[in-house]
Design a protein around this ligand. Structure first.
Ligand code: GUN
Ligand code: ZN
Length: 438
């Protein structure tokens, strides 16, 4: 049996701070401890009490650093790691100019393997322990991602991106081929170790009705799988969807009419929603994923976080790299804060931290399993140094509460704030943890 005691400040949630007063559902302990046993969190409590109860267990003392659930990136594209921060385009031009040529390279399994490894290592260095990724049309790109994640013992969700129109020829599959490839990959990977499969039509402009229908049928046959796609990201995209699907009531209906709207549906962006779309997403208990650095970088618009999370819709938080401009979920929280400010709302740091952990887990239907600092949850943890740069340290030194101490790290922090990462109950990378083990 492998057991370990981590000491530091701890931050946990036992409720949704968008549904109730954040102070009623947050648990902060300035001298806390987390007992990790066989890959799971066995207990969270006071340092003295847990030390006394487990006197022979190895201890890692992180001092004043903050132990939290690992961050969960609920929507990203690992094949776009190499083109992050590419200049000057909005969505459709950005896809054609930068994204599709890069994704075409993933027919080469060696390239896919290299980028998968780079991306997962970048995620861990930034404190992200779960990624939900689009792959490319190539089945080998899915194998590469799941294999690299298994090597790192990470819980990940991914799927083959399906496209049979409006993409270069070397990036197009067919309705039947997409169905069959996805079915084979799902059988191979879903529930294998910590891997979960998501059926992945890229977005309705790049799928024919036949392909959407075939993937809807596959989802109906495997309703325990997630289905991930994009929804209502930019105005020109929405206008194009209306041209391609003149009979559809709205963008969401292009999925709904083919069986691609359901409780385990994950709809990335969801910025420019009609009243019907909002009501229907809520009615079927679907999830939307907020990708704030992408929304500003590609110039998409201002997501209605307070409106949607406040209405108890499942809302995840995500980098959307390479459309997003950062691998850091701290930077992503900062962008979510800034977008909400532009809509007239100040999101509390408790709400931001909840979104990056519990909120994303809820969007992925993995509540209590990941993103949760509590007994029974998988022991994926991030330990944050709240004084990681001179600028942050001088501001945090004035703090009179944990929230005042944490907010500068949310707004100005990056991978330098990540003191340690634990994955499935083990330290993620040797050398990342700078603390002493006693
Ligand atoms: N819509 C369809 N594909 C993509 C993509 O790769 N990135 C973003 N941001 N939006 C998309
Ligand atoms: Zn995306």
């Amino acid at each position: 049996m492998s057991t370990h005691l981590l000491l530091g400040q701890t931050l946990a949630f036992d409720g949704d701070p968008f549904a109730t007063d954040w102070s009623a559902v947050t648990r902060h302990d300035s001298h806390g401890a987390v007992l990790v046993q066989d890959g799971r969190i066995a207990a969270v409590g006071g340092a003295e009490a847990l030390r006394a109860a487990h006197p022979t267990v190895p201890v890692t003392d992180y001092g004043q650093a903050l132990i939290c659930a690992g961050f969960i990136d609920a929507h990203m594209h690992y094949p776009q790691t190499g083109i992050i921060a590419s200049w000057g385009k909005q969505l459709i031009d950005w896809l054609n100019t930068y994204t599709f040529p890069e994704e075409a390279r993933f027919g080469d399994p060696a390239h896919a393997r290299k980028v998968a490894e780079t991306t997962l290592d970048l995620a861990l260095a930034h404190g992200t322990t779960t990624l939900t990724s689009f792959c490319t049309i190539h089945p080998g790109s899915v194998d590469a991602f799941f294999e690299a994640a298994a090597t790192r013992d990470m819980r990940v969700i991914a799927g083959k991106t399906c496209m049979d129109r409006n993409a270069p020829e070397n990036l197009r599959d067919t309705a039947q081929g997409a169905h069959d490839d996805s079915a084979a990959l799902l059988a191979k990977w879903h529930g294998q170790g910590r891997a979960l499969y998501a059926i992945t039509p890229r977005f309705s402009p790049t799928s024919t009705p036949e392909q959407l229908e075939a993937l809807g049928a596959l989802w109906a046959a495997h309703p325990d799988c997630l289905m991930q796609t994009h929804l209502s990201e930019q105005h020109p995209e929405i206008a194009w969807v209306h041209e391609l699907f003149p009979e559809a009531r709205d963008y969401l209906d292009t999925y709904e009419r083919f069986g691609l709207l359901g409780p385990r549906g994950l709809y990335g962006h969801a910025i420019h929603l009609t009243e019907r779309e909002r009501a229907r997403l809520a009615e079927v208990d679907a999830s939307v994923v907020h990708c704030p650095t992408s929304n500003t970088f590609i110039g998409s618009g201002l997501f209605d976080l307070m409106g949607l999370a406040g209405a108890r819709l499942r809302v995840g938080l995500a980098t959307d790299t390479g459309g997003g401009s950062s691998f850091s979920m701290l930077r992503t929280m900062a962008a979510a804060y800034e977008i909400a400010q532009l809509r007239g709302h100040a999101v509390h740091p408790a709400q931001l931290m909840w979104l990056a952990t519990e909120g994303s887990a809820r969007a992925l239907h993995l509540s209590g399993q990941i993103g949760h600092l509590g007994p029974g949850a998988e022991a994926d943890l991030v330990v944050l140094d709240l004084a990681s740069t001179t600028a942050i340290a001088q501001r945090a030194a004035r703090a009179d509460s944990i929230w005042d101490a944490l907010f500068p790290t949310i707004m100005m922090g990056d991978d330098r704030a990540v003191r340690a990462v634990w994955v499935n109950g083990k330290p993620a990378q040797q050398g990342l943890a700078r603390s002493s083990t006693q």
